[in-house]
Write a protein that binds this ligand. Structure first.
Ligand SMILES: [Zn+2]
Length: 196
C-alpha cells in the first residue's frame, strides 16, 4: 500500500471499532481489527485504549515476525491476525468481536446454517467454524485460528468471541453482523418452538 492507502486503512480501522461498539458486538475495551498493508505487515488496533474512540494514528504496524512500531502496544491478539495473514494470502482484513448472541448459539452447540437466511449466506459463505476454548493471546489459539480460517470465513471461538476474515474491513464487519442476526434467528426459533 502507498502512504495514502495506509492513511485510509488507519481511518477504516477507527471507523470499524466505532461500528462494532455501536452495534453491541464489542465492549469498550474488547475486540480488535486489522488490515494487511504489505506482504509482511498489517495495521492493527492498539491494546488497552477505549475502542469506541480510537484515532487513525493510534493504530500499530505489526510485522509477521512479531516486531511492531507505533505509539501504543498492539492488541494482545496480534499473533492470531499474523497467523491468519500468513496462512491465507487472499485475506486482507480481519475483525475480532465478542458478539453475545453468536456466542450463546456457539456454546449451546445449536446448528448455524448460513443458507437458511439469504443475507447471511452472501456475507458468511457456507460454513461457520468453531474453535475450542484456548487462552486469549496465546500462540496455540493463533495457530488454530490461522488453520481454520483456510476453511471458513467466520469462526466462533467458544467462550470468547468471533473472527471474520475478508477482502476488506467492511466485508468482515458485514459477516459478523450477519452472523449475529443469524444467531438471533436461531435463538428465537428455539424460544418459539419451546413456548408452543
Ligand atoms: Zn477477544
Amino acid at each position: 500500500m502507498n502512504a495514502e492507502e495506509i492513511a485510509e486503512a488507519r481511518r477504516q480501522l477507527a471507523e470499524a471499532m466505532k461500528l462494532l461498539y455501536n452495534r453491541g458486538l464489542i465492549n469498550i475495551r474488547g475486540g480488535n481489527a486489522s488490515i494487511k498493508i504489505s506482504e509482511t505487515s498489517f495495521l492493527i488496533t492498539p491494546s488497552g485504549l477505549p475502542k469506541h474512540d480510537l484515532k487513525p494514528d493510534d493504530m500499530v504496524v505489526v510485522y509477521f515476525d512479531g516486531k511492531w512500531t507505533g505509539k501504543h502496544r498492539p492488541s494482545i491478539e496480534y499473533r492470531m491476525h499474523a497467523e491468519i495473514y500468513k496462512n491465507n494470502p487472499e485475506v486482507k482484513a480481519v475483525v475480532h468481536a465478542h458478539s453475545p448472541l453468536t456466542l450463546i448459539v456457539g456454546e449451546q452447540g445449536f446448528d448455524i446454517e448460513p443458507y437458511e437466511y439469504v443475507e447471511a449466506y452472501y456475507a458468511i459463505g457456507d460454513c461457520v467454524g468453531r474453535i475450542e476454548r484456548l487462552p486469549p493471546g496465546s500462540v496455540e489459539l493463533a495457530k488454530r485460528v490461522g488453520e481454520e480460517a483456510k476453511k471458513c470465513r467466520v469462526l466462533i471461538l467458544l467462550g470468547h468471541g468471533v473472527i471474520a476474515v475478508a477482502k476488506n474491513i467492511y466485508e468482515a464487519i458485514d459477516a459478523l453482523e450477519a452472523l449475529e442476526d443469524l444467531a438471533k434467528i436461531v435463538l428465537y426459533r428455539k424460544i418459539y418452538s419451546v413456548s408452543k
